[in-house]
Design a binder for this molecule. Structure first.
Ligand SMILES: *Cc1c(COP(=O)(O)O)cnc(C)c1O
Length: 212
């Protein structure tokens, strides 16, 4: 069997909860590497750059069965138009300007995406994400003022400390906002994320191998 398919199947076999989705993060890998997963019926794929995603996926999106394409990386508001056209999910919603642009382009082409608000847990200065303090207001703005379909929270926790503490924090926040989905857990820590009821695992290198 194809090695990439084998690795994904192995990961899936460790997940007993059928509400959990594996987003295969295929950034840097060419379509040929990804294709066996599609042929096998996998539906969720993640990219972190609009341009790369467009080059890789736009032809496929038109012709083949419905893939769910996830934007997991930082998104600049000047790329919002392309992002709305291309993606089904955005995991990195983290500022008003971006939110406004996404909403505007959704309305223009009459398409609704699903969004995770990215939270900067640990308030790390170098990381993107809404701060804990701003989260409630930002959530209200996105849902009430500009009508974005926010389905959950997302975070990339600091990796130098107790990850489970951060997963618990995000889980609790998600519950307090009444959100159903939760985007946390990557190759190194997805088992821990599952303990805190993550529903979208973003897994790259454990499926595709190390990136250059
Ligand atoms: C690349 C990336 C992942 C996947 O990381 P791995 O450690 O390779 O599983 C997950 N989330 C985001 C936001 C990423 O950029």
């Amino acid at each position: 069997m194809n090695i990439v398919v084998e690795r994904l199947n192995k990961i899936k076999s460790n997940i007993s909860n059928s509400n959990v989705n594996v987003v295969a993060v295929s950034k840097t890998f060419p379509f040929e590497t990804i294709k066996p997963l599609i042929d096998q019926g996998h539906l969720h794929f993640g990219e972190n750059k609009v341009q790369e995603a467009e080059a890789k996926w736009s032809e496929h999106q038109k012709t083949k069965k419905k893939i769910n394409l996830h934007m997991v990386g930082g998104l600049q508001s000047n790329k919002a138009k392309k992002a709305v056209e291309l993606f089904d999910y955005i995991h990195s919603l983290d500022n008003k300007r971006l939110a406004d642009m996404l909403s505007k382009h959704e309305n223009k082409i009459n398409k609704k995406l699903k969004y995770f608000i990215q939270v900067n847990i640990g308030n790390e200065t170098q990381k993107s994400g809404v701060t804990e303090n701003d989260l409630n207001d930002f959530y209200k703005y996105c849902t009430k003022e500009i009508n974005l379909n926010i389905i959950g929270l997302m975070a990339i926790p600091p990796n130098d400390v107790d990850v489970e503490k951060h997963f618990k924090f995000l889980y609790d926040k998600n519950v307090s906002l009444g959100l159903k989905e939760l985007s946390m857990g990557m190759s190194a820590d997805y088992q821990k994320a599952l303990k805190f009821k993550s529903t979208f695992l973003r897994i790259g290198s454990s499926i595709f191998g190390e990136r250059n």
